[in-house]
Design a binder for this molecule. Structure first.
Ligand code: MG
Length: 371
């Protein structure tokens, strides 16, 4: 089954604001084969740049675009494809945007493999993979603490057992930060897991002061309190914090995760399958996490394509859990069509082959960036 061509489908809302919401501008990959089977994947990156990485024509050695590299190859020959992609981009990769663009192709290849075998991707990963994956609601902080109640109540009503709030206005003001966390805990009650994403706001010293103020609110994890590459800071923080520390969504290469986990001592690691080399990359990071005693939980703040891949991957892991963005963007909420249902705090997966996800072509037509 040969790859015939690759589409890089760039979708963008008419108005994009500078908030930490990656669901405003997304890049979907569709891999076509001569058997008529297609696969979907998602790239989490700067979509304009990543699209160019996929579409760039063949060039001097090691400077090729990914589509040119893999077109004509056997879609099920993962090793050859991965080696060719890594070699083919090595003048400008293999990390960063090169790896992010590869991620979309990798996911699409798993989707194709599942469809070819008539199996859900999680069953390719592990025959006895789970059929339900606990999913935590994930949104940005409301602008003021008094607005948290309404948001949290809506999540409770929908059955979420874990909720994450993140980014601004958390950061510069310790009193405001504590008021936000206190409001979330009060609104969620004592039994729902509360995750806090600090959005890279502090250094280790400040983060430890925040931990001292947050610890009475029973925070499940404190996410990305530091700059993503401040490994020394993460080590200081993780070894002293009474709240488990999470991070890693910014990384792409296994070697970067190895440094972060071995030397930064994180408790939770959050590979984004749209950045780390897809499901294949995620497996390598999960293995690494196990070695260091960390728990891997996918970062998934994108469309339903990323959600489907993250849910399938998490279902095959030892302690399934996935992020489930509740961002209001139509790209997050309407682009992907799937039969997963959410109830009692978990995504219930189906046995649809592959990732079990399709695109709503009306949504594609509405938001696709014209050349
Ligand atoms: Mg985060």
């Amino acid at each position: 089954m040969k790859i015939t061509h690759i589409e890089a489908i760039h979708l963008r809302l008419p108005k994009v604001v500078e908030a930490a919401d990656g669901t405003q501008d997304c890049l979907i990959v569709r891999v076509h084969t001569d058997a008529g089977i297609t696969g979907l994947g998602e790239v989490v990156s700067c979509s304009y740049v990543a699209k160019a990485v996929i579409e760039a024509p063949r060039s001097a050695p090691f400077r090729h675009g990914l589509s040119a590299i893999v077109t004509g190859m056997d879609a099920l020959d993962f090793d050859t494809i991965h080696n060719a992609m890594i070699e083919g981009v090595s003048w400008y990769g293999p990390g960063g945007v090169a790896r992010q663009a590869m991620s979309g192709i990798d996911m699409a290849l798993w989707d194709i493999w599942g469809k070819a075998e008539g199996k859900a991707v999680r069953k390719l990963l592990r025959e006895d993979a789970a059929d339900t994956v606990p999913a935590y609601a994930s949104v940005l902080w409301p602008k003021r603490p008094e607005l948290v109640q309404e948001s949290a109540s809506a999540f409770l009503a929908q059955g979420y057992q874990s909720v994450k709030y993140g980014w601004a206005p958390m950061g510069p003001d310790a009193d405001l930060d504590e008021a936000l966390v206190a409001a979330a805990r009060e609104a969620l009650g004592p039994d729902v897991n509360l995750m806090v994403d600090a959005g890279r706001a502090w250094n280790a010293e400040t983060a430890l002061k925040r931990v001292a103020r947050f610890e009475k609110y029973n925070v499940f994890w404190l996410e990305e309190p530091l700059h993503p590459f401040d490994v020394q800071g993460y080590c200081e923080l993780s070894t002293q914090s009474s709240i488990p520390i999470a991070g890693g969504e910014a990384m792409t290469l296994v070697s970067e995760y190895a440094n972060l986990l071995h030397n930064g001592k994180l408790h939770f690691v959050q590979p984004d399958l749209g950045r780390v080399g897809g499901i294949t990359g995620g497996l390598a990071i999960e293995k690494l996490a196990k070695e260091t005693g960390a728990r891997a939980v996918p970062h998934a703040f994108g469309t339903g394509v990323l959600l489907a891949a993250s849910a399938q991957w998490a279902a095959a892991s030892e302690q399934p859990l996935t992020e489930y963005t509740r961002a209001p963007s139509p790209l997050a909420q309407k682009l992907a069509q799937h039969e997963m249902t959410f109830r009692n705090g978990a995504l219930h997966l189906t046995d649809q082959p592959g990732l079990g996800v399709d695109l709503d072509e009306d949504v594609v037509a509405e938001f696709r960036v014209k050349k």
